[in-house]
Design a protein around this ligand. Structure first.
Ligand code: SAH
Ligand code: SF4
Ligand code: F3S
Length: 444
């Protein structure tokens, strides 16, 4: 029951897929309270920003958005502004120092109490709840998802790895896994709601453990759910990839042949200062194992340039590992010092110009690799799950291959969620182009 003066809410999400999933939980709670979602923050009674702290830039985007919201609030003083997620957890009350107009600050483990806090806000000026939990995994809450092919399902929360550059263990707290039963139940609900692809999420997805169930077992159990066509997962940690995981991905046709393996750096000294717990040799051996088991597997990565103390020679080692592996795609970042993390205290911070120059070189190299990897797909006949209209033309659709490459093709009679067979005939940048194979064209 909504006995407040609020009718509508605006919810904007920053950061990773886990935040997208969390926003779906928050949306579900708000709708249950009787509120209606709007995409117009100017007219909304409540505006929530679900925020990210991973790099300084992520936080500055939110600061400027809060400026917009404050301008709207000056026109309608009853408007409630809430900051949720990692930045709320990271900054806590500090956010109020120069933004006293923020009403509610909630960390990632406090969402269950949102309906209660909306009530309580009638009589209390500021509400700040950044209590992290060792147990909260939001079991029993069904997310309110946007319509599409893919449903995200968080299988664990938090991270215990403490990579020295990373804020996540501080904003998300200790790692905890959901029960197998609740994950399978949510997968079934997602299929009933019309989703055909499931992506399992965790900050460290493959260190999932619940009683005797390890991550590869969980993958197999989810794959048994009727109606699921494809299963993906992100982000795994290279150190937690074992032979059983490779074997399960290779042998189960529903589990996509695609893996995100964050390298971060190609220098063993930097990897050790990052506390990444693998060497470049172990990393490249792992890639080899995946490719031996699945020659067409799509491998993506994350790379940070300009970690404190990274020399030219060490940066060159990152380029060398990239050349050895030839990733299909990469997310590349300039190191951003996050207050409170160990690496932010290291003295040898690089200048923005040095980091910018290295980033540019990594981007250019990756562009060449993405293209050459995609060109290897030309001439192949592959299964594509149709997603939606292509960005560039209303006469074309886009979908994804099993190894997570985007394919654009003519619309024909296809529709979202069809699993179709396409012949790949071209590759340009990040995109493949396909058409119906000749044989099937005749039958069409
Ligand atoms: N749990 C995931 C990472 C989540 S953060 C994993 O281990 O793969 C996503 C990526 O952001 C990281 O892989 C890293 O490349 C990058 N990142 C994290 N902290 C950063 C920082 N302080 N500066 C720059 N990039 C960072
Ligand atoms: Fe951050 Fe490392 Fe945990 Fe990934 S594994 S979330 S990079 S601390
Ligand atoms: Fe950002 Fe938090 Fe995700 S810091 S990347 S939203 S876990």
């Amino acid at each position: 029951m909504n006995n407040m003066q609020y009718n509508s809410f605006f919810l904007e999400t920053y950061g990773c897929q886990m935040n997208v999933y969390d926003s779906e939980l928050v949306r579900s709670l708000l709708i249950q309270t009787g509120l209606r979602e709007t995409t117009d923050w100017k007219s909304a009674d409540i505006a929530f920003l679900n925020t990210c702290s991973i790099r300084e830039h992520a936080e500055s985007k939110v600061h400027s958005r809060l400026g917009n919201l404050y301008a709207a609030k000056r026109q309608k003083p009853w408007m409630l502004i809430g900051v949720l997620g990692c930045m709320a957890q990271n900054l806590k009350e500090e956010l109020l120092q120069n933004k006293p107009y923020v009403d509610i600050i909630l960390g990632p483990d406090s969402y269950r109490k949102i309906p209660e806090y909306l009530q309580r806000h009638q009589s209390q000026n500021h509400i700040v709840d950044t209590q992290l939990s060792k147990y909260e995994v939001y079991e029993g809450l069904f997310p309110s998802r946007e319509f599409g092919t893919n449903a995200w399902i968080a299988i664990s929360r938090g991270c215990d790895k403490f990579c020295t550059f990373c804020i996540v263990p501080f904003t998300r707290g200790r790692e905890r896994s959901r029960s197998l039963e609740s994950i399978v139940k949510e997968a079934k609900q997602a299929v009933d709601a019309g989703f055909v692809e499931i992506t399992l999420l965790g900050q460290n997805v493959n260190s999932y453990r619940s009683e005797k169930v390890a991550f590869p077992d969980l993958l197999q159990e989810v794959a048994k759910v009727d109606g699921i066509q494809r299963i993906r997962f992100t982000s795994p940690h290279p150190s937690d990839c074992d032979d059983q995981l490779i074997e399960v991905i290779a042998s189960n046709p529903k589990i996509c042949n695609s893996i995100h393996l964050p390298l971060q750096s190609g220098s063993n000294r930097i990897l050790s200062r990052m506390n990444r717990s693998y060497s470049k040799e172990e990393f490249t051996r792992l890639v080899e194992k995946f490719r031996n088991a699945m020659p067409d597997i799509g491998i993506s990565t994350d790379i940070i340039v300009g970690f404190p103390g990274e020399t030219d020679a060490e940066f060159q080692e990152t380029l060398d590992v990239m050349k050895t592996v030839k990733f299909d795609s990469a997310f590349t970042f300039k190191y951003s010092a996050r207050p409170g993390t160990k690496a932010s205290e290291y003295t040898e911070q690089l200048t923005e110009a040095e980091k910018g120059e290295r980033l540019e070189r990594v981007i250019q190299l990756q562009k060449a690799h993405t293209l050459s990897q995609n060109q290897k797909m030309i001439g192949k006949t592959v299964q594509v799950l149709v997603e939606k209209a292509s960005k560039k033309s209303e006469f074309q659709l886009m979908g994804r291959t099993d190894n997570n490459k985007i394919v654009v093709f003519d619309r024909h009679h296809f529709k979202s969620k069809d699993m179709i067979v396409l012949h790949i005939n071209d590759a340009y940048g990040m995109t493949l182009f396909g058409d119906i194979p000749e044989k099937e064209k005749i039958c069409d």
